[in-house]
Design a protein. Structure first.
Length: 210
């Protein structure tokens, strides 16, 4: 088994220290940083994402796999910067105003990072204006809003309206998700993408950037 296949397999098992060691080994073997990222780390995370979507693994497994990936990337990052490897695109992510739930949001962040996207995590209880200001500042193509309560999901409509008011509605894709959210709700507020789980959210986000 090659070093990258082994890295992918160990990442899926959440073996952070071994993954870190293999990233160093791959660097020492002069394997291209972008290849280490895509064929080693991201490939493992994508498999975990698929399994998560199919209920073959659950939240704890995803979290430890993501931690292993982050360990690997911490060594790789300087080389990626040096090689001029850019993130595929930027996503502004947060839980909407009035809502303090973050487990779903954190999963989405990990999955999106696993697809090579830069995720600006705004945290929880994020007002609409803050989503928009950050999207403008970072020139982000996606705003992703999460809500776990029926009482707070109405705040997503405010994000869509604020994007119109600020004149950036045509430049951003607005994604919505969370337990009470449905595709018909997405349609009713004029958002662009609804996904039922974190893995699908990452796939759809990656597709926006082509």
């Amino acid at each position: 088994m090659g070093v990258l296949e082994e890295m992918s397999e160990l990442l899926q098992k959440g073996k952070a220290n071994e993954v870190k060691a293999l990233v160093q080994k791959a660097i020492d073997e002069k394997i291209d940083a972008k290849r280490i990222l895509e064929d080693g780390l991201m490939s493992g995370m994508n498999i975990i994402g698929e399994k998560f979507k199919n209920n073959q693994v659950y939240v704890p497994e995803v979290l430890i796999a993501a931690r292993a990936m982050n360990q690997g990337i911490s060594i790789l990052r300087p080389l990626l910067v040096q090689a001029g490897v850019q993130a595929r695109g930027t996503v502004i992510l947060g839980t909407v105003k009035g809502d303090l739930h973050d487990i779903g949001k954190n999963l989405v962040k990990m999955m999106m990072e696993g697809k090579g996207l830069e995720v600006i995590d705004m945290g929880t209880n994020v007002p609409a204006e803050k989503f928009i200001a950050s999207a403008k500042e970072k020139n982000a193509k996606i705003i992703a809003c999460s809500a776990l309560l029926t009482t707070t999901m109405t705040e997503m409509k405010n994000v869509v309206e604020a994007a119109k008011t600020e004149g950036i509605r045509d430049q951003v894709t607005i994604m919505v998700g969370g337990a009470p959210v449905t595709d018909s709700y997405r349609e009713s507020i004029g958002a662009d993408i609804y996904t039922p789980d974190a893995a699908s959210a990452a796939e759809r986000a990656a597709a926006v950037f082509g």
